[in-house]
Design a protein around this ligand. Structure first.
Ligand SMILES: Nc1ncnc2c1ncn2[C@@H]1O[C@H](COP(=O)(O)OP(=O)(O)OP(=O)(O)O)[C@@H](O)[C@H]1O
Ligand SMILES: [Mg+2]
Length: 253
């Protein structure tokens, strides 16, 4: 038994079952924790960079724990050990939108899913600001990107970063954003997108970043993109904006 399992054993009582989930991301290990009175998710990270992200995720979930306007898992605990951090949250039903689209038997079903994704993000962006921030989101992201690029922790090059710093898109009003709004990071229940997961980047920020990441897999599929925009009606990124965010900034995270 590892240290973290002992800690959570103290927290949750005896008779714990830990099941590694079949679907894993690249920054953490996610396990289902089964105890007699419920099911939880334990998300663990070991690399410094990813431990910082996990800590942000814990802070976001904690900040959102007394609201229900943005659907996210419920926060239970965050534990930092010497060489790993662990976030404990509610286990939520559903499958990722990536899996749901892959499993969909018909184009109509895929279109409904994509429209639901658009609606779900539209709601987040239109809602009154829940997570406050005094700073300019893009400036903060560019500064973080520089730290990652200079320490060799990013795919993007310093040349690309300098371009992004030099030519920025015109400012738009900051809104609630997810911050890593791909089809991997929302869960689908009964054919509808219902929940945001992986919320480390959720804050007040540039909604065009979410929109660009949301459409990255369907941009060249007009038969799906049109349905996304039936749900996401508030704005439509230009090609320049899309390139700036999806092929630019995202290269550093
Ligand atoms: N609260 C939850 N309830 C049920 N399943 C979850 C929950 N959180 C995560 N999962 C499952 O674990 C998988 C990975 O979770 P998540 O996206 O948070 O981690 P990650 O992908 O490692 O993070 P990153 O995208 O930063 O690499 C998800 O695809 C989902 O299947
Ligand atoms: Mg993820």
């Amino acid at each position: 038994m590892s240290g973290s399992q002992i800690l959570f054993a103290d927290l949750l009582g005896d008779a714990i079952e830990f099941v590694k989930l079949p679907e894993q991301g690249c920054t953490s290990e996610v396990r289902k924790v089964v105890i007699p009175d419920g099911i939880y998710i334990m998300k663990s990270a070991t690399k410094v960079k990813y431990r910082e992200w996990l800590k942000s995720e814990a802070e976001v979930l904690q900040a959102l724990s007394c609201q229900n306007s943005i659907p996210v898992p419920k926060y239970f605990d965050f534990i930092e050990e010497d060489d790993a951090s662990h976030l404990l949250m509610s286990f939520e039903d559903g499958i990722t939108l990536t899996a749901a689209i892959k499993n969909a038997g018909t184009m109509k079903e895929k279109q409904r899913l994509v429209r639901s994704f658009g609606q779900f993000i539209n709601r987040l962006h239109e809602q009154k600001a829940v997570l406050k921030s005094e700073t300019d989101w893009l400036e903060t992201q560019l500064a973080r990107a520089r730290v990652y690029a200079e320490s060799g922790q990013a795919d993007g090059s310093l040349t690309l970063l300098e371009q992004l710093e030099r030519v920025k898109p015109q400012k738009v009003k900051q809104t609630n954003i997810h911050g890593d709004c791909t089809t991997d990071n929302v869960l689908v229940v009964d054919g509808e997108v219902r929940l945001f997961i992986d919320v480390a980047g959720m804050t007040l920020g540039d909604p065009r970043y979410d929109e660009s990441l949301a459409i990255r897999k369907i941009r060249d599929h007009p038969e799906l993109l049109a349905f996304f925009y039936e749900g996401y009606t508030r704005y439509r990124v230009s090609d320049e904006e899309y390139h700036y965010f999806e092929e630019g900034l995202y290269e550093f995270f």
